[in-house]
Design a protein around this ligand. Structure first.
Ligand code: FES
Length: 137
């Protein structure tokens, strides 16, 4: 693994992201509230530049028509088809292959109990070393 210095911490404030390419691999590093996370900038659905999408919150619903957002700025929404991934883990929580125009019995469950989707964006380990943000690939 080779060590790659991304930026001084002072130049990488919370809420920002940096794009880079290492050995031909597109990567993005995010500063989420002072913690750093790396993701492959390639959506596992159809290959869009995932990390160019907006950072949003986690939408959860206790009742139909009521949506609450938590974890603001920690979920990335793919700019092509809107699939959402947790920046901390790369995990998606949605399986669009199950969505159909057909009636099914349904009930309400807390969002956290919903089964995780099969798609996971590749995460890249990031750490701070002597006030520099560093990834190893
Ligand atoms: S390519 Fe990302 S959601 Fe389709």
């Amino acid at each position: 693994m080779a060590r790659h210095v991304i930026a001084p911490v002072d130049e990488f404030p919370p809420g920002t992201r940096k794009f880079l390419e290492i050995d031909g691999r597109p990567i993005a590093v995010f500063n989420i509230k002072g913690e750093y996370f790396g993701l492959s900038n390639r959506c596992p659905h159809q290959g869009a530049a995932l990390c160019e999408g907006p950072l949003i919150g986690l939408a959860q619903s206790k009742d139909p028509g009521e949506i609450e957002y938590s974890r603001l700025g920690e979920i990335i929404r793919c700019p092509w088809h809107g699939w959402e991934f947790d920046v901390r883990t790369g995990q998606s929580y949605c399986d669009p292959r199950r969505f159909r125009v057909k009636a099914y019995p349904a009930h309400v469950e807390p969002g956290a109990s919903v089964v995780k989707g099969p798609y996971v964006a590749e995460t890249i380990p990031v750490r701070v070393e002597s006030n520099y943000v560093v990834v190893e690939l």
